[in-house]
Write a protein that binds this ligand. Sequence first.
Ligand SMILES: *Cc1c(COP(=O)(O)O)cnc(C)c1O
Length: 356
Amino acid sequence: MQANFKVEKNNMPKQKPDEKSLGFGQYFTDHMFVMDYTEGKGWHDPRIVPYGDIALDPATMVLHYGQAIFEGLKAYKSDEGKILLFRPEKNMERVNISNERLCIPPIDVDLTVEAIKAIVEMDSDWVPSAEDTSLYIRPFIISTDPFLGVRPSFTYKFMIILSPVGAYYPEGINPVKIYVENNYVRAVKGGVGYAKTPGNYAASLKAQMEAQAKGYTQVLWLDGLEKRYIEEVGTMNVFFKIDGEVITPTLEDGSILGGITRESTIQLLRHWGVKVTERRISIEEIYQAHEDQKLEEAFGTGTAAVISPIGELNWNEKIIKINDGKTGELSKKIYETITGIQYGKVKDEFGWIQEV
Ligand SMILES: *Cc1c(COP(=O)(O)O)cnc(C)c1O
């Protein structure tokens, strides 16, 4: 596959880290994928080169106005040594959703999926094999005109870097404590909430820091207008199981990032015959359901953790425990099924897996 792209091999490969202490996003492989965009010429020069620094003019637009997008997905090694990708075309389709919002020219989905396969194949020795480890794949685009005027850039760089990462749950899947954020907002209707763009992350840091100082892992984001409707949990989508029905916030308002784990979870639950509803859901409704003893489970979904159960919520110092602070049955079943499919242990009935 990598024959399609020009390859400059790294003649000084690094020593690989110990698979037991990978953590997240600390180590990078020997190569990276790069492709450039120039107005009039389009995307050009797709290539694999040694991993390394990139030189940028200090006036480079991305450094000043943040016109950029990114993605995140993983490559998994099966017991037979195959390297598997989970719905990579969905990530590349989402690049174009983000690009459209950020005035970045669209990419070719098929070509960039091939680029992911080529760079992962090139550095396939870096895909760890210890249980629940994986190779994190970070595609991203930056605007590169050296210019301080405010307008979309005429030039861009698309890159893919790779990082071997450890198990998200080295001690087993565990519920977290969540602080319901009443002051700061992550995104608003009409803003860039549905785009995977760095500014959303910069905007979220202060709330995360304050929640952590109070002893909470993350915040539950409410809508920016009424501070009532639930949007996301940290950088994950959020689900609640109430009286047998699973409810997740609707994407209609454009302030929520449409996760691929979210979409897969909905598909899986419907396949199992569980009722799933996408609608607005308020924090009052969650507290009322808890009072009525109908709030059964709550969890976040995202590529990094797959499922992150919520064991406790603090809203205005009113603290509730969900499922006695333990991981719910359905949360566990979704986690085991999706990770099972990702590692090739559970039959992929949905056509989600692509082999590198
Ligand atoms: C990436 C992301 C998610 C999760 O998306 P996945 O495709 O499931 O990994 C959810 N919310 C935000 C804000 C994100 O950036």
